[in-house]
Design a protein around this ligand. Structure first.
Ligand code: HEC
Length: 117
């Protein structure tokens, strides 16, 4: 998984959209205020992940699909379809792909979560 992904989205707008759509009510998302919930998986180091929800390859087009239509991809999973527009999903994806494992917040977040890896 390459760290430098070319995306059409705007990561600054994406960070705002991650809050306005309420993603932070279920996910820990570094750099997004109030995003410290553990209902869904933490999105730490997203750029270095291999899979989305354990099933799709972590590529931009699939991530946009997941953000918009998680119930179509995995019916019955706990993440609802939130009516995200394609543009907002692209922006969110652009932000998520800025998240690296080696950022300074990572140490604090892993301490918080007591990750072993
Ligand atoms: C009600 C809680 C909830 C909300 C709100 C929610 N999610 Fe999720 N999300 C989940 C759950 C639960 C999963 C795990 C699904 C699975 O693995 O089947 C998940 C999975 C994901 C994944 C894949 C995580 C991984 O480790 O593979 C991403 C990326 C993601 N969500 C992004 C978002 C974005 C962006 C939003 C806002 C548009 C959002 N989520 C809103 C609960 C939520």
């Amino acid at each position: 998984m390459g760290a430098n992904r070319v995306l059409a989205g705007d990561p600054v707008a994406g960070r705002v959209a991650l809050q306005t759509y309420g993603c932070h009510s279920c996910h820990l998302i570094p750099g997004v205020t109030g995003a410290n919930s553990l209902v869904g998986p933490p999105l730490i180091g997203w750029a270095e992940r291999s899979y989305i929800a354990g099933s799709l390859p972590n590529e931009p087009a699939y991530l946009v699909e997941w953000i918009r239509f998680p119930q179509a991809i995995e019916p019955g999973n706990a993440m609802p379809n939130l009516g995200v527009t394609e543009e907002d999903a692209l922006n969110m994806a652009a932000y998520l792909y800025t998240l690296q494992r080696n950022q300074s917040w990572y140490a604090a977040a892993t301490d918080l979560l007591r990750f072993d890896h």
